[in-house]
Ligand binder design. Structure first.
Ligand code: ADP
Length: 477
């Protein structure tokens, strides 16, 4: 059984959870011990005790630790990638890529630990110096979703530690395996006891304890909109700093002058890779009149050719969805779109030959409008709908007509439209002729409107959340 890491010790929890392979539900990956709320509080105690000394550790010490972690993750990417594909269901090449990404993130923040900078300004008063410096925030509660079991934990834990914070980390219930492996690597990296704790468990128990405990100075959360709202009200209620990444209903606009192959590649990758279970997935394909029919025909052919199967099988393009609930949700949205008058141009059925996994053929729906349920709510599965637009102006208006604002893509060969779209898309990330999903790790990640709250994650912008600014006035007299 795999236990929790609390104050440097591996402790069994109050409850056992089985980690099940969504490609084959008869495959039990392992037993994971879920902690109680009391154990979450013990981890927070330990973090609060460890924080003062750790906050004064040298940048070199932190850089060395993070670099060691990154090196080990990269060296074990095939093994950890296999575990990730087995517990989450994304295909093996994507899973190995995600593990490598986590390693690169630790290495990036190893460097950032050495680059924490400040400013020095002249005061308006004679003889006074002003220093503006950054200090670590304190104890950070990290709560992550199941869709990126190692990359999202990495992009929160690595900066938290790089800037000198202590961390209590709760991974998603469905994917404790990769999180446990990451914690095990961290436990051997040279971190003092209590600086990093892994507290596996249920959201309303362990997660809620992080939200409510006054010793947790900041909450970094990625997950659903509903839980995000809960996090926001709990954190705001006690004035804790928070950073939330939630849903998306990302548009990919395809204009008449787009290169058809580029548009189809962008749309297939954005909508269906990683089984569409990415907050950056493009689920609304907004296509102008002149290319609409050609685009739909080419998409139907491309989507029909995608091979669905075991995440660790040969030549598979799309793995299973993560669990029975998610499959039910995906099927519900497909049915709701059909009831609203949409047509399935490809996929959307459960393949017959797979009895023991949560498989779904990627679904392409046509004939949708932007006011349908399928266009308003995040499905979080391999489901995309095509919305027809008369021209660029209408396409842009439809793209922005959503409560979300994580990413927005456009496929066009026109500099004029590309330039206009980059300026006017109401999203945190804009992609021109590249998929909406699949981002770099050294630049900011995050959105606007209902997608995100608080400062950006990743790259050096991560410092905004994980540090607090101090302004110091000094007179020598
Ligand atoms: P998803 O199902 O997409 O992962 P959720 O928002 O349900 O989205 O879960 C994201 C993370 O939030 C998970 O780690 C989950 O356990 C956690 N969580 C769920 N409910 C709560 C809660 N009440 N308080 C804190 N964390 C929670």
């Amino acid at each position: 059984m795999k236990n929790n890491l609390i104050n440097g010790e591996w402790l069994s929890g109050s409850d056992i959870s089985l980690n099940i392979n969504p490609s084959d539900t008869s495959d039990v990956i392992g037993e994971y011990s879920f902690a109680s709320a009391d154990q979450a509080r013990t981890a927070i105690d330990a973090a609060a005790v460890a924080f003062p000394a750790w906050s004064l550790s040298t940048p070199q010490q932190r850089a060395d630790i993070l670099d060691r972690v990154g090196t080990e993750i990269l060296a074990r990417k095939l093994e950890l990638g296999d575990l990730l594909a087995r517990e989450e269901g994304k295909i093996l090449p994507e899973a190995v890529g995600e593990v490598a990404r986590a390693g690169q993130i630790f290495k990036f923040f190893a460097g950032e630990a050495l680059r924490v900078s400040g400013e020095k300004l002249a005061s308006i008063r004679p003889g006074v110096d002003i220093d503006i410096t950054r200090e670590p925030l304190g104890v950070i509660g990290i709560i992550t979703p199941w869709n990126f079991p190692i990359a999202i934990p990495a992009w929160k834990i690595a900066p938290a530690l790089a800037y000198g914070n202590a961390v209590v980390f709760k991974p998603a219930e469905l994917v404790p395996g990769t999180a446990w492996a990451l914690a095990e690597i961290l436990s051997r990296s040279g971190l003092p006891d209590g600086v990093f704790s892994l507290v596996m468990g249920r959201g309303p128990e362990v997660g809620q304890t992080f939200l409510e405990d006054p010793r947790v100075n900041g909450i970094s959360f990625t997950g659903s909109v509903n839980t995000g709202r809960r996090v926001a009200s709990a954190a705001a209620g006690r004035m804790a700093k928070m950073q939330l990444e939630m849903g998306g209903k990302n548009p990919l606009v395809v204009l008449d002058d787009a290169d058809l192959q580029t548009a189809v590649n962008c749309a297939v990758q954005s909508a269906f890779f990683s089984t569409g279970q990415r907050c950056t997935a493009a689920s609304r394909l907004i296509v102008t009149d002149g290319i609409h029919d050609r685009f739909v025909a080419a998409m139907a052919e491309a989507v029909g050719g995608l091979k669905v199967g075991d995440a660790r099988g040969d030549d598979i393009d799309i793995g299973p969805v993560v669990d029975a609930n998610q499959l039910k949700q995906d099927l519900f949205y497909i049915a709701s779109a059909q009831q609203d008058g949409c047509v399935l141009a490809a996929g959307g059925r459960q393949p017959k030959q797979h009895k023991h996994g949560f498989y779904l053929e990627p679904a392409l729906l046509t004939g949708s409008t932007n006011d349908m349920k399928i266009s308003r709510e995040e499905v979080f599965g391999p489901v995309a709908n095509v919305i027809r637009a008369h021209d660029y102006d209408e396409a842009l208006a439809l793209a922005n007509d959503t409560e979300f604002g994580l990413c927005a893509g456009v496929c066009t060969t026109s500099l004029k439209f590309a330039t206009h779209f980059k300026r006017h898309a109401q999203a945190g990330m804009v992609m021109v002729n590249v998929p909406t999903a699949g981002v770099d790790y050294h630049v900011p990640f995050g959105g606007r409107k209902g997608s995100s709250y608080g400062s950006r994650e990743q790259g050096r912008y991560a410092a905004e959340f994980y540090t607090t600014v101090k302004t110091t006035y000094t007179s020598a007299e």
